[in-house]
Every structure is written in C-alpha cells, then in structure tokens.
Design a binder for this molecule. Sequence first.
Ligand code: APR
Ligand code: ZN
Length: 282
Amino acid sequence: MQKTVESLPTWLRRIERWTVLTGAGVSAASGIPTYRDRDGRWLRVDPIQHREFVESYSKRQRYWARSMVGWTGVDAAIPNANHYALAALERAGKIDTLITQNVDRLHQRAGSKNVIDLHGRLDRAVCLDCGAHETRESLQARLLANNPFVPEYRHIARPDGDADVPEDYISRISIPDCQSCGGTLMPDVVFFGGTVPKPRVELCSDAISRSSGLLVVGSSLQVYSGFRFCRQAEKHRIPIVIVNEGQTRADDLATLKISANAMQRLVAAVDELVPSTEKKTA
Ligand code: APR
Ligand code: ZN
C-alpha cells in the first residue's frame, strides 16, 4: 500500500467509519503491563497454555494463585486518556466497532459501546462443564475465603491480571468449583493455545467489511488473532493506520504509522476532531 505523509488528524477526519483494533499499549497508562516491549520482544515467562489449564489441577492451582493477587491490580485500574479518546471518537460517529485484545474492560468503562472483547474478559469466569458464568467479584471472594493466606504475599504485576508470587503456597491453593454443577471454572479469556470463538471472529470480519479504515492502537500485532484483521483490511484495500509506540507485525501494510509519542498524538488528534464539550457528555 502507498505510504503517506499525511497526518493522523487528516486521516481521522477523512475516514467515515473505522474499525479500531486495540491492544495492551492502550492500557499501559492505567498501570496494566504490556506483553511485549517496543521492539516486539516478549516480556513474560511461560504463560499458561489452554490445554495445561484444562488438563491439570496443579496448573490451575498455579494460575489461580497468581491470578488471585494479579486480579486486584486489574480490578483497581481505571480508564486513561486513550480509552476516553476512543470513546469520544465513537460518539462522534466515527467508529463502527472497536475490537480489543485487552481483557480489562476499560474501553467499556470509558464509555465505548460497540466493543468486541476478542480475547474475552477477565471480570468473569465460565464453567468448562456447564457454561455457567460467575462474576470475578463473586469468584474472587470465594477464592479468598478458601485461601485466606494469599493476600499477605508481595507480588509483581504481570499482564492479564497475572502476578509473580512465591512458589511455596501454590500447592496449598484450594480452587472453588462451579456453583451450578460442581465443574471446573476458567476465566472467560482466551489463553495461549486456545481459540477465539468463530462467531466472534466473524463479527470482527463483518465490521471490517463495512468499514472504510482500520485503526490499530497500542498493539504489537504479534498474535495472529489480531494481525489477521490487518490482512483482511489489506485485502479489502482499506487504509490501515497504526498508532503504536513500538514495532508491529503490520508496519509494512500500514498506510500511516505513528510511533513517536503515539498515544499523545492520538489523544491530540481526537481532541482536534471532537469538541471537548461533546466528549464530556458520556
Ligand atoms: N504507551 C504506548 N504503547 C506502549 C506503551 C505505552 N506506555 N508501552 C508499551 N507499548 C507498546 C509496546 O511497545 C507494544 O508494541 O504497546 C504494544 C503492546 O503490544 P503487546 O504487549 O504485544 O500487546 P498486544 O498486541 O495487545 O498483545 C496481543 O497477545 O499475549 C497475547 O493474548 C495476549 O491479547 C494479547 C495479545
Ligand atoms: Zn458448571
């Protein structure tokens, strides 16, 4: 695709309906760590695989031990200027659908309405046996009641509501079962090695087919489940604008790539387009 020297405000004005694809970079300023650094390098060790979680009780103990403390950071996080800017852009009628790879629900809390949580949501759990949902608030209370010793430990926050915790108590963790059927609960997120449900992918593809541009914000696009939408946009010959402080896998496909002060420039460009009075009436 032809490279452009035109600016972000020009593109935001020109395109009538965007599909927006966001990633961890959008939530970094809310204190939720990203997965990869600016060079696309992986920052995390050994993420749990879907299969391990499903097949092994001890892996589940490990997951919940870490998640029980990591969740408190996600739960306490509040939306930042990036989330509010994208919500304002939607209210201005410029966004068809916002696809997020984040599981923190901060876009919704900032007022975005048409959001697809591509990789699920951390604020609830789902039963692998009967499909019942339980809010994370309720499950967290049950986890803590079963394991009152856990919050005493110091931890280091990781993406996805994960946290580094000492090894010594992992095997002591007692995991609550599904309240409907006694089955196995899993956070309602797509783990590594898991698959995004097909109907959800189709909703995203439909959005791109209706849109006149794809705006990527704060994602390295290293993961295929997000990257594929760039491929689709390329196929439809709609412009791809990327606002990300680091390298992305789709830099070659982008019509415009903003990397220096990326997030500040996005917020400024939306400010220019949407009068601030409109932005406040959420
Ligand atoms: N402001 C803006 N951008 C930042 C900041 C910051 N403060 N810090 C980091 N970034 C950039 C990083 O340089 C990186 O390019 O944000 C991007 C985030 O990319 P990733 O960490 O790879 O996150 P994401 O693309 O959302 O990951 C996609 O991969 O690990 C899986 O399922 C997980 O949903 C996740 C998916
Ligand atoms: Zn169940």
